[in-house]
Design a protein around this ligand. Sequence first.
Ligand code: SF4
Length: 338
Amino acid sequence: MHMAAQVKGRAIKKQERKIMIQINPLEKPDSAKFQDPDVTADGETRASVSLKKLETLWFNTGTLCNLECVHCYIESSPRNERLVYISAEDVRTYLDEIERDGLGTREIGFTGGEPFMNPEIIQMLQDCLSREFETLVLTNGMRPKMNLSEELLTLKARFGDRLRVRVSIDHYGPDLHEEERGKRSWEPAIEGLRWLSKQGFCVSVAGRSCWGEEEVSMRAGYARLFEELEISINAYDPVRMVIFPEMDETIDVPEITTQCWNILGMSPEDVMCASSRMVVKRKGAERPAVVSCTLLPYDLQFEMGETLAEAACKVKLNHPHCARFCVLGGASCSATKE
Ligand code: SF4
């Protein structure tokens, strides 16, 4: 799975936040935290986030993947079928609901697993693009995507830059990328990225910050890589070159209370679940379900119903990811969020 955009100006804010709320990497998670959805371990009111507008609807296409990455938060692999392939018909049901209820959704995103392994991915992309949604698909860029190169070229010819592809290149050097993604994963991913760029697709790259390198140094590294490979991506543009904060579950994080918004100078509207939801299809379930966001597909307290209407309720930030990734990490999965 491939994620999130660090947004302009966030690098500075993030430093400020870290000063205000210290995260001690040596501290083990406190088991008293993140228990009660309404109240924190200290007895304070837990923060919640209302859905302002459904700007982006994500679909998880299924957790099967041709790779098995070390830190994949959704544990995608060639064997993981906890989330099964979603169908084009499932997707159409939600697109119909968006239209029928005038939700004004702008962007549809597809994530996995590897979305290009889903046998109906091209139909799903076509359905979204035909209805004039900006459509983003996240991929590892490897063989499953290249097997559909003709179909992708046809979509690009019809819909141009409304189709966006984001390729996960975890680090700008092959060694660390392969440390995460496995041996022989670098060359095919780079080939896939070069092909997309050469064919004029609207392409972006997602990297990871898990090696402790400063963002400025990472961007410089990607800039050198893109120049060398003649890939037309500005590595300093946080939308085209996305660097994810890490989601290390072994580190203790503070719980987010209603007071935190003021302390951090943030609004609940800045957080992903104020503007997006994700549809998943669990193995054995009759119908898909809507969850709060791309980060919490398995935790049932974040499952909000079967329809978008049911899922329009408040999200209580009762998970370490809420603090680590969204509130303190300042990240978003959208392709266009500024
Ligand atoms: S991890 Fe928590 S705060 Fe972030 S989008 Fe998901 S539910 Fe919202």
